[in-house]
Write a protein that binds this ligand. Structure first.
Ligand code: ATP
Ligand code: MG
Length: 366
């Protein structure tokens, strides 16, 4: 009777077991789990406690028989638990979402930095980072902007100096040429004449390149047949070892400044010949045309260019290993002029090199 009272008041299921006899308070809440499923744990010499899916079983051994209490899982407690978990999950995803946006917002200036670095890498020295956001980022942006201005100024004064010197050299060279023409011709004056001619070429190349860089609209564009132009360009170089071969490529008309692009092709092919050996395979000129652009490639099997020097070969006066190139003559201006001309046409030029030779490609928009 006492057990039934307790059971009615608490909802526990109380049972007594002795010698095969089982007595249990009534329970209406559906099936209870098998006793074997509880994970039991000894809590005192005569008592064990176990849990299974929210149900609790307590077994207590008496001197005769065994008394057990089952506390069935309560529906309302379970609903509460589920609601609580739902709340925790919602709160957690909300916090994660907010944190994600906050972090993204904080890191946004880093993205601006990254685009600025990329712009600088692409040679856009007029790029400035907008200065807002946290103090640290504003300062960083300011430092970056100041740096690019300084770099730009340094480059400009370097270019200015080169131009001024080249410009000023023109009159002395002219005067020397006149003086030389008056002298009796012998081996020495011939060699002086040769040197003067070289200096003059150098000065004209630098000035021509600068003029193009600052006034790309001086290009005299006409419609030109590509294969005709290539044939014309290699005309004078064709017979020099190891020879030049034009790979069969579709002909087409393209608008460009004929004389200037001819110079570009000549410079590149001349390099390919100059930096090959007589025993190398012939230099190959080929081109590919697609809807938007023409890619012209000159390939040789010569001495190649070390990977570390590749990015610099388009700089004025840069020559890989000056001692080796001295023999072959030149100032390191050919590719720099080529790049200026190609860029004035809105195109790009690049080079790649491996142990078996060099490829230089120019890409011109159609
Ligand atoms: P210039 O063209 O003014 O007479 P240059 O040929 O030395 O002189 P660039 O044409 O600008 O100058 O080339 C720069 C440097 O790049 C060369 O000195 C050479 O070291 C290297 N180079 C260019 N093309 C090749 C090539 N096809 N194979 C190996 N090295 C090359
Ligand atoms: Mg050259």
């Amino acid at each position: 009777q006492r057990a039934e009272e307790i059971s009615a008041a608490t909802g526990f299921v109380i049972s007594y077991r002795n010698n095969g006899l089982v007595w249990q308070t009534p329970y209406t809440g559906g099936a209870l789990p098998e006793p074997a499923r509880y994970r039991m744990r000894q809590v005192s010499p005569r008592t064990v406690v176990g849990f299974f899916r929210g149900n609790t079983l307590i077994r207590h051994s008496l001197s005769e028989g065994e008394l057990s209490f089952i506390v069935p899982r309560s529906e309302s407690a379970e609903r509460g638990l589920r609601l609580w978990m739902l709340f925790v999950l919602t709160a957690l995803s909300f916090i994660l979402g907010v944190a994600y946006f906050l972090i993204r917002r904080t890191l946004k200036p880093l993205h601006r930095m990254k685009s600025a670095m990329e712009a600088l890498h692409a040679g856009r020295l007029d790029y400035r980072i907008p200065q807002h956001g946290a103090v640290e980022f504003r300062e960083l942006a300011e430092a970056f902007n100041t740096m690019t201005i300084r770099v730009r100024d340094m480059l400009q004064s370097k270019e200015r100096l080169l131009l001024d010197v080249s410009h000023e050299l023109r009159s002395p060279i002219a005067r020397m040429k006149v003086a030389l023409a008056m002298m009796p011709e012998d081996a020495q004056t011939r060699s002086l004449h040769e040197d003067l001619r070289e200096m003059e070429t150098m000065v004209t190349t630098i000035l021509a390149s600068a003029r193009l860089q600052h006034t790309a609209d001086t290009l005299k564009k006409t419609s030109v047949s590509l294969s005709g132009l290539v044939a014309e360009a290699i005309e004078t170089l064709r017979d020099r070892a190891p020879g030049v071969r034009i790979a069969p490529s579709a002909d087409m008309l393209i608008r460009l400044d004929k004389d200037k692009i001819r110079t570009v092709i000549q410079n590149i092919v001349e390099n390919a010949i100059k930096y090959s050996n007589a025993e190398s395979a012939p230099v190959t000129v080929s081109w590919e045309v697609d809807a938007a652009q023409v890619t012209l490639t000159v390939e040789d099997n010569g001495i190649g260019i070390p990977a570390g020097d590749l990015p610099r070969i388009f700089e004025p006066f840069f020559r890989v290993d000056d001692s080796r190139s001295r023999l072959s003559g030149g100032f390191g201006l050919g590719l720099s002029l080529a790049r200026t001309i190609v860029e004035a046409h809105g195109g790009t030029i690049h080079a790649s090199s491996a142990a078996d030779g060099t490829r230089v490609s120019i890409v011109l928009p159609r």
